[in-house]
Ligand binder design. Sequence first.
Ligand SMILES: [Zn+2]
Length: 382
Amino acid sequence: MIKPTIKLYENDSYIKEFFATVLSCEEKDGIYYVVLDKTAFFPEGGGQDADKGKICNVDVLDVQIKDDVIYHKVNKPFNENETVSCEIDWETRFSRMQNHTGEHIVSGVIHSLFGYNNVGFHMNDTLVTLDVDGSLSDKDIKRVELKSNKAIYDNKNIKAIYPTASELDNYDYRSKLDITEGVRLIEIEDTDLCACCAPHVAKTGEIGIIKIISHIPYKKGTRIEMLCGMLAFNDYSNLHSTNKSVMNMLSAKRFEIPESVERIQSELTSARVENKKLLSELATLKMEKHINENTVCVFIDGVSYDELRNCSNSLIEEFEYCYLFSNTDADNYIYVVSSKENSVRDLVQNLNKTFNGKGGGRDTYAQGKITASKDEILKFFV
Ligand SMILES: [Zn+2]
């Protein structure tokens, strides 16, 4: 029977390097499961991934806990009773501490303002997701975000408390557990009290910033996505770069992008209306081939199906049959063939067959593409 591992991260979450003694090293499928007498590696649990790092310069692939024994997965064996030097990947761990503690603050603030409970939590190295059992509006979220960030600027103390079973009744804390022995409570001064086994920062100021980036209705409650500390800073930097590129493209000032886009959208709408009108006029001017008084064949190069369809819609007022073509590249043409009230199916089938084409539509309208020269197309209709 292996002794429970001493969890160094529980009393001091700032241990980056430590020495430990190997109690056992079992091999399974080429992976070695190393148990140490004590460890600062946090095992996967409570919505948080296992710590990364090294044991004697060997990468720790995963860390799991079972029956209070912590197993470090590595791909190299260690000897029993060997003393090993261990190193936590501190950048990753500290970012997780910032984000995990930030999640406590947001959940605590939501609980104090609205009485909702945290019913789901997941954190990876790019995002924190949390679910609460009540609805939150945009305005509510702003309130939560502001109060959470104020808790950061107040630089509140954070500590772990280990109440006895009898003392536990005196505490009003979140995430009540069925167990009464060995409960670890994380207290964020004046802000939150929650049962949790993970490492946290010691002062709220270390979180730097909390930013809620989305909130959506989820299972009768709300799903929140948020970023804290370095993740939030990186997100802000990326958004700033994006904003700067868009500012340059629009020649707009920092906070004037929406007005610029609105102006461009309105200009684009006018241009589209004008373009439609001009294309119809152009199509009329370019009626190069009146096959007969009921039928017209028009070539307008470099336009889209939508534009051909628009021309066809206006020409069909005057002609029974309209055949419109646009040259896309070399001898490739897209076409729109339409009729006011007669079927164009046979004609389109024949057109596709003759010019190795593809396309179709409904009885009185078809669009597609063919490979042919302009002369060949004109000859087809005569
Ligand atoms: Zn926690």
